[in-house]
Write a protein that binds this ligand. Sequence first.
Ligand code: DLL
Length: 435
Amino acid sequence: MAQERYFRPEIECADPAQLRKIQDERLVATVKRVYEKVPAYRRKMEQAGVKPADIKGVDDLHKLPFVTKADLRDEYPYGFLAEPLENCVRIQSTSGTTGRRVVAFYTQHDVDMWDDCCARAITAAGGTKEDVCHVSYGYGLFTGGPGLNGGSHKVGCLTLPMSSGNTDRQIQFMTDLGSTILCCTPSYAHYLAESINERGQRDQIKLKAGIFGAEAWSEEMRRDIEQKLGLKAYDIYGLTEIAGPGVSFECSAQSGMHINEDNFIAEIIDPNTGEVLPEGTKGELVFTCINKEAFPLIRYRTRDICVLKREKCSCGRTLIKMAKPMGRSDDMLIIRGVNVFPSQIETVLMNCGYPANYQIIVDRGSNHTDTFDINIEMTPEMFGDTVRDVASREKELVAAMRAMLGISPKIHLVAPKSIERSEGKAVRVIDRRKI
Ligand code: DLL
């Protein structure tokens, strides 16, 4: 690890008590600053009866009110801005598919801090200045492309700012320029893997690592991509409101993502009561930014359902780890009264040998009960099966889904490549009940 430029053992492998001291100091300073500079925070804190002097460190964090996506929308665009606009150098924004966009502001300090987080992630995936880092996350308002691009520059990799789409060009640059690290969503990595193998170009690619995130993906999907592309796949997590990718990142142990705790404090709460839950308990992830100037959100509710664990990692890092989020609490489907996460469906499909694409369709039937259908692509080998073989495969899948979910979907095996591919985050669920 000695020559890796963005491995920071004094932070990443620090004694937890030492890290806590940094967090205490930064939290106190941040709370004081937002109270003075952001009327929306002052109002919220006054309503909760808390003053900056009540916050002496992380132990007092629970006294502060939460910030939700609805708060950000109400205060759009400048309501949570903690710096004069003239000190800001960038915005990034959420896609706004479920309502008004959220705009996050960055000063140069904030961009540098975020790039450092992504540089740590690339370094943890084995990246050095010898690497060719192929960034196929979207560029623009989405944070994926700009974040990994900045991290790759800092590490000193040769950076290929590909953005998403145009699969032919992606594969051509990958082979011509010898890309060694691929950064994109896991669903796009899976699509690229299929395309590369179909074209018989697997032995022309030199990928050794993939940095995949921005959507929930299963362990089974990880193994499938690793095997198809001959690389080691690392998870990366983040969200626009907090920074973008690099809030947490996976290391060689591949057993959860280390949170950059010198910049972000993580908590797990009960999503119904808001009560803080002990480490190791499943609940909603909440983040507090302690090293940001322009948009330092405090106790931001992510809606992501997840578990935190602090353990000595084989990589040497002591930063707390978060498990793979199993989905957002607002992604959770309630079908005929049963809670269903798309990631559970993906696990069943991968275990049963269906590594291709799928889509879940929920609707309200004529008798007002929910209908629950899953379209699943067959592999090219299965496509030659007889009608009877297909029917028996569908029956097997219904049984496996019932065992995992407790309810039975209607399964439809469809032709390979017949479900539309996404170049960014995959669209796994169509819920027509809301329309
Ligand atoms: O997805 C930032 C990002 C870009 C992360 C590239 C990783 C790589 P948003 O578009 O604001 O930001 O979406 C944030 O995506 O709250 C999670 O629900 C989900 N998400 C992000 N990373 C992961 C992951 C970017 N590794 C929302 N696993 C988050 C599961 C993830 N879900």
